[in-house]
Design a protein around this ligand. Sequence first.
Ligand SMILES: O=C(O)CCC(=O)C(=O)O
Length: 285
Amino acid sequence: MATIPFDQLEDQPYSEDLYNVQTSLEPVSSLSEYGPALREQYDELGVISFANVLSPAEIESICDAFRSLVVRTDLPSDVQLQFENAAKGLVDDMPAEERLNYLRKFMIFAHCDERIQAIMNRPDLIAIISEMLGGEPEMFQDMALLKPAGIGREKPWHQDHAYFNLPEGTPVVGLWIALDEAVPENGCMHFLLGGHTAGPIAHFNRRDWQICDSEVLERNAAVAAPLPAGGALIFDGLTPHGTPSNRSDRRRWALQFHYVKKGTPRISTEERFAIFGEDRHNSSC
Ligand SMILES: O=C(O)CCC(=O)C(=O)O
């Protein structure tokens, strides 16, 4: 790697109340439990949770894929890697394989490794996602946020659709897979249940491109979504979610894909800002 790419944003202080929730979203055991009741939960709450989706061998294959990607010197130019801002000065002289402990994000990397594609295209996951989308899915974005131990920064509350150049009203399904046990201490996912029914919410450039903190607190619907390694969350692209900083001594790796219906048109970034920006919502933060 010629120059080491770092996250532009630093971990900043935030109110602990944003993630100080008393309730957890209980996962069902496995994908085979998916049926009308869970479909109803998805429509109503905007998220469903499964404890056992990836086998230990599948988890290991994805972790191995990450290890092989981080040491490659010939990565295609569209693959993005980003180290935690807090790791500046630490990783420069480190052997490439050790740098993985400070990596914040991989993006657009699935095409480089068949092991990642195998999970992305797993028929039992695709069957559920197709039903939610109402048609054949197309993978829209692949990403992994790794939240290194001790320095993994907060991902403030947001709707994923606010990051995607897709028309308003496009069904978007997110699949988030825990590669380590994910708990509040190492930065598990938190959701505002039912928040997708509000449609697009105003986003602001604050600690990141995010929903205003006061809006999250006022909605008073936050739950934590802890998972064992191999567990997965399936959620609507409009369901607000965020993850606290990882202050623990345990890393929290996760793999995620977003799917849309095949043939979904794209819009421009300006059009996206017109949907999710503060001007349309006439709100301040
Ligand atoms: O994995 C995380 O910490 C946050 C993931 C997330 O919210 C996102 O990438 O949209």
